[in-house]
Design a binder for this molecule. Structure first.
Ligand code: ADP
Ligand code: MG
Length: 399
């Protein structure tokens, strides 16, 4: 499929909706975290890759100071006045876009009005960050459409994160917006959540391996409350460790060698939570180095250790995710597999040799259906590039 094939249906729908063609388009990808889980709020490292699923927006400016937004996925329209931006209760999908306009205005910029059409193929709410992709796509669109070119990618990603924190009301870290903005074809991104430095790391064996995401189709309400509890437990651990290492300000500062000296003094379950974070942080660093050295075998081992630690020490796995990961570990062509995201449901991520992908899907499906009577969903992807402009033909295409 060429680039225009994917854009044409959006142009066509835009013309039907707004009676004229769009002049501009953007795309921003979803993401999967390869390793480094629950390390972000401990100021540590995460290692995500952008995936070949994305949000696309096509748009044209208008003179009225308002956003007229049409969602193709929801077949709904919203008008947002730029002079009085408020979160929508019944069409909450529009908040991810309105929130970005709101943050731009609060930062002293002056986005104008426009008509926009939004479309996406990132599964919604399965932890692949369709929300950040919406924000990043909207941010890139506004920057281009309203000549705000002095805003860097990095500042724009931070602004998109603020939109999710302040306007949508979700207390997310910076990983999702950074990778959606800064991802690179066939690369993963090592992000230091304290300094916000980010380093691209090439994926090895191009054309031979794929990232395979398996959605357990389990969504648990528990995720939010357990997530908050883990954050508190990490804080408690930090306070206990500060007594022995007064200079630390986050669990990220505790290196494995330091931890081994004092581990016996920390009571459970705080000890287990800290142990996960401290070693997971090291695994994210070692994982990036392993990929850089083409060492998929070691990377796979680190993924396995990460899952075991999330299951036994951080206790955020569930029987469904454990079943999928166990089945994956048993497939010869699978280099590594673990749960990805906050846990308690959602997806697993695996690195699989291309010749084994069909067998991999079959094996996981059989095991999962047998144990839980639920069909899993798969996404097979290469590491994709971050947000970019779409080429929109200036001649109206014949439909
Ligand atoms: P995740 O980021 O894990 O996919 P979230 O709950 O954070 O899940 O964000 C999902 C929300 O983002 C959806 O409920 C919807 O409001 C918005 N969204 C995602 N994709 C689209 C889309 N293609 N069109 C409109 N809104 C979307
Ligand atoms: Mg989200």
């Amino acid at each position: 499929m060429n680039a225009l094939d994917k854009t044409l249906p959006l142009i066509k729908a835009f013309i039907e909706k707004f009676d004229r063609p769009p002049i501009m388009g953007v795309r921003a990808p979803g993401r999967v975290n390869l390793i480094g889980e629950h390390t972000d709020y401990n100021m540590g490292f995460v290692f995500p890759a952008a995936i070949e699923k994305e949000i696309r927006i096509v748009a044209s400016p208008i003179s009225a100071p308002e956003l007229r937004i049409y969602s193709m996925n929801f077949d709904e329209s919203v008008t947002v006045p730029l002079t009085d931006i408020r979160p929508s209760k019944d069409k909450s999908w529009s908040n991810y876009i309105a929130g970005v306009a709101d943050e731009l205005i609060k930062s002293g910029y002056n986005p104008g009005g426009c008509e926009m059409l939004v479309w996406g193929d990132i599964p919604i709410g399965s932890g692949l960050s369709s929300s950040a992709a919406m924000e990043v796509a909207a941010a890139c669109l506004f920057r281009r459409l309203f000549n705000l070119s002095d805003i860097s990618d990095r500042s724009l990603a931070l602004l998109a994160q603020k939109a999710e924190n302040n306007f949508v009301g979700v207390n997310c870290g910076i990983m999702d917006q950074f990778i959606s903005m800064m991802g690179w074809d066939n690369h993963a991104l090592l992000i230091d959540c304290r300094t916000l430095n980010a380093m691209l790391v090439p994926m090895p064996r191009r054309g031979e391996i794929s990232i395979v995401i398996c959605d357990s189709n389990i969504r648990r309400k528990l995720t939010g409350s357990e997530y908050n509890r883990r954050r508190l437990e990490c804080e408690e651990g930090l306070n206990l460790l500060k007594k022995q290492f007064p200079t630390i300000t986050a669990l990220r500062d505790v290196l494995p060698g330091m931890w081994e000296e004092v581990e016996h003094t920390i009571p459970d379950p705080i000890r287990k939570r800290c142990r996960h974070v401290i070693y997971e942080n090291q695994r994210a660093l070692d994982g990036a180095e392993a990929l850089e050295n083409n060492d998929l075998e070691f990377f796979g081992e680190l993924m396995k250790l990460s899952h075991i630690s999330l299951r036994d020490d951080f206790e955020v796995s569930c029987p469904e995710l454990d079943c999928l990961v166990r089945a994956a570990w048993g497939v010869e062509e699978c280099c590594g597999s673990r749960l990805t995201g906050a846990g308690f449901g959602g997806c697993t991520v695996s690195i699989v040799k291309n010749e084994g992908i069909e067998k991999f899907k079959k094996r996981l499906t059989e095991n999962y259906v047998k144990e839980f009577s639920i069909e899993p969903n798969f996404i097979v992807s290469q590491a994709a590039s971050g947000a970019s402009l779409l080429r929109i033909p200036s001649a109206i295409p014949a439909f």
